[in-house]
Design a protein around this ligand. Structure first.
Ligand code: DP6
Length: 339
């Protein structure tokens, strides 16, 4: 297979933000292609981001991967697998230097793999001059990390389970623009540590051992339909009900694995009660939690200050990160990655 001619460097940079699932993805029907057992639905955030520069250089003997200024072989291996798919599309074998930066903790339940693979695929496709539409980039980002399929899009997005064995119909699509219903997300960071069991390992263990797998699969379509309808109607109470139910159902499924997966700590639990208490007092807020201990409180804009103040007071809450809803993955000037 040809390489890029010696001396010619092809490079581009992209930014993507994490997304938070309101109707959760958990479980794979094909591990190699990263195809999910269920569809899922999310909101893409605005102020926390991954910025990635991908530079295809003929002189390189192998891909190099620098995360926040430090070489990272494990993350690099996953990135190389994604780049291989793009290299095959472009008909080249040239290796790449990947420099990536997160302005938030990596691997701690803040969806860094979602923004990471969405930015990687977007930058690499641009560097190689591949004209891929967002749907195609979503399929490619999914192969790196399932939730990355959704970070290709801004605002509200749904990742379709798909039915094809080759995964070409398992991609996300936009549901509603961020500006059409600008919710706020208040993240209570309760640990800066890397999570003990990755989402991938947690899903595999769940599929092998949890007795609730079938119930999880058979009830997802109804949750998706309810969430979609709530979003289109801007019905906060309805979105709150289905989102909390999906979050607790995912954790119940994972807790029932052997050994059970416990992603929460005491502060996460305190946060769940705090959000429920606020809602009982009339504050428009609901919670969601992913495969880590951070508590994400989703609220109407006018409630954000009150929600942040309440969560901030809880023992074990280290800091608060507040975000709005943002745009999908996009190409950015290359100098902004190093800045
Ligand atoms: C709990 O997308 O990180 O956040 O596909 O194995 O990389 P892999 O998993 P990942 O899992 C995310 C799980 C979740 C729920 C969600 O985002 O839908």
């Amino acid at each position: 297979m040809p390489s890029i001619p010696t001396g010619v460097v092809r490079q581009a940079a992209a930014q993507a933000q994490p997304n938070i699932a309101l109707v959760k993805y958990w479980g794979k029907r094909d591990v190699a292609l990263n195809l999910p057992v269920v569809g899922s639905l999310s909101i893409t955030l605005d102020s926390i981001w991954t910025r990635t520069l991908v530079c295809f250089e003929p002189a390189l003997a192998q891909d190099t991967f620098i995360l926040n200024g430090v070489a990272n072989a494990a993350a690099g291996a996953r990135a190389s697998t994604s780049l291989d798919v793009l290299r095959a599309r472009a008909g080249i074998t040239t290796r790449a230097r990947i420099e990536t930066r997160n302005n938030f903790p990596t691997g701690a339940g803040l969806a860094s793999s979602a923004s990471g693979f969405a930015a990687l695929v977007t930058a690499a496709a641009a560097a190689l001059g591949l004209e891929l539409d967002a749907r195609e980039r979503s399929v490619l980002a999914r192969r790196g990390s399932g939730s990355a399929a959704r970070s290709i899009f801004g605002g509200y997005a749904e990742w379709h389970r798909g039915t094809r064995d080759d995964g070409t119909d398992s991609c996300a699509e936009p549901l509603l623009a961020a500006s059409a219903w600008p919710l706020r997300v208040v993240v209570a960071v309760t640990s800066e540590a890397q999570k003990s069991v990755s989402s991938t390992d947690g899903m595999l263990r769940t599929a092998r051992t949890s007795p609730y797998e079938r119930a999880w699969e058979s009830t997802q379509e109804a949750d998706l339909a309810e969430a979609r309808a709530a979003i289109h109607a801007h019905d906060f109470a309805k979105l709150a009900a289905v989102s909390e139910a999906s979050c607790l159902k995912m954790h119940a499924l994972a807790m029932a694995a052997r050994p059970g997966l416990l992603y929460w700590n005491a502060a996460t639990m305190a946060g769940l009660h705090c959000v429920r208490q606020l809602r009982a007092e009339g504050v428009p807020v609901f919670f969601t939690v992913d495969a880590g201990p951070q508590l994400k409180a989703v609220c109407l804009p006018e409630a954000a200050e009150k929600v942040a103040a309440a969560l901030c007071e809880l023992p074990g809450v280290l800091r608060i990160v507040e975000c709005g809803l943002g745009a999908g993955a996009r190409v950015i000037p290359m100098e902004t990655v190093a800045a």
